[in-house]
Design a protein around this ligand. Sequence first.
Ligand code: TYD
Length: 208
Amino acid sequence: MRGFFISVEGSDGSGKSTQIKKIEAYLKSKNQEILLTREPGGTVISEKIRELLLDPGNKEMTVRAEMLLYAAARAQHLEEFILPNLYQGRNVLTDRFTDSSIAYQGFGRELGDVVAEVNHIATGGICPDITFFLDLAPDAGIARKKAEIDHAMDRLELEKKEFHQRVYSGYLALCDLHGQRICRIDASRDIDSVFAEIQAGLDRLFGF
Ligand code: TYD
């Protein structure tokens, strides 16, 4: 049987990493194999593309080049890592997937529908079985990131407030559009309350 494909999405600082670790521990406690990966990244080539994308020095990068690089990293990640593992029956959890491109490039960069088209080419329309969107208003997220000791802001985090507001509105639009797949979770609460909702979604998916 094919494994389950899970993604976690959220604005910067929404607490994704903490919740991803909790998902991993929970599934392991249920004797489920789970592989963690991330975007942009997850393969050697995709991690090289990640460096280009996040380097604050790459100020000249055009928004279309940025969209295509995220899509290229995703195509490689999907074909080289995600799909082979799913077909071998392993569950895969990715920190971000196509929804990030729709929110950041489609809404944040205002590229619109072309982002979905390009990503359809990159993924053949494959999307996660379930997506957990950690919903945190952008101001709160950025404040959390800045409060982290030694956190060097990457190229996208350095964008202005309006950009992050547009990204957030993109996520809300995606939640409306894909209400079946995306579980919208209020991430302003404490870690355990957030995870309780995620766990309910996992229990439904795995049939625990
Ligand atoms: P990362 O350090 O992984 O940030 P986070 O911890 O918030 O996930 O950096 C990924 C950055 O790239 C993040 O700011 C979101 C952005 N991004 C896009 O703009 N488009 C995409 O398709 C993806 C996957 C990420």
